[in-house]
Write a protein of this length. Sequence first.
Length: 291
Amino acid sequence: MTGYALVRRALPAGDLTITLKSVNHRGLDLHFHLPTQLDAFEAPLRAAVKQRLHRGHIDIRAHWAPAVTAHAVRINEDLLGAYVGAFQRAAAKLGLDSKPDLNTLLRLPGMMEEANGELGADFGDRLLEVFQAALDELEAFRAREGGELLTQILRHNVAIRGAVHQMESLRGEVQPMLENRLRQRLTELLDTAAIDTTRLIQEASLLAERGNIAEELARLRIHSHQLEDLMQNANEIGKRLDFLLQEMNREANTILSKTSGIGDLGLKLTDLALSAKSDIEKIREQSLNLE
């Protein structure tokens, strides 16, 4: 599920900014981008995410700006002394009366460095508090989107049940056509010189079963009610919904295979089954956003 959160806090040791971005993913995929000073805190932050989120590609970024103090920047005195000593030795060897330029020396690589200020004994707790606030904001964002998705999914689910109801109404009209086809096929078999009793039974069973979509419609209706219950009552629904949609799609495919070649009524049933499949697929696409 997509989401975004940004939280800034001024802490005693400096300013902390946490940014969280979430996009669709079948599992929980965490990507941390932390400054060097905060690398040691990745494990507790990762644990905090796993306690609250179970699905999505989560991009976690932190920006840390240490508080500026009189000791925030310092000179690498050992390095400076080495450069000055080398300069003086070279000047003496060449007989030059020259002095090193401090401004030039301070611009040399590694001469100026930021002091590794102490984060404080309670910094980990403060960091986790800010991170939890960012997770709160992210979950609120995802909840708003989830509410909109729920409305759309339930609308598609109602359409599926409507298609099932129409197919059940048509099934009664289709049955006489199937019985007539069965009689025709049996007549053809009986007119042959040699009647294979086993073949006759097989053909009769096959034709009788082929047009019977009652069980598929019943299961599709049951799955539709299960989907509605799942969406309204469950907390973590993503993976369970995936399985339920697979079952619904299987029933729709079976209906399509059984309703081909029986005239105009068969075409109507096919259109309704295809419409149901379309709604199932739309729910599947939207389910990728759900946790």
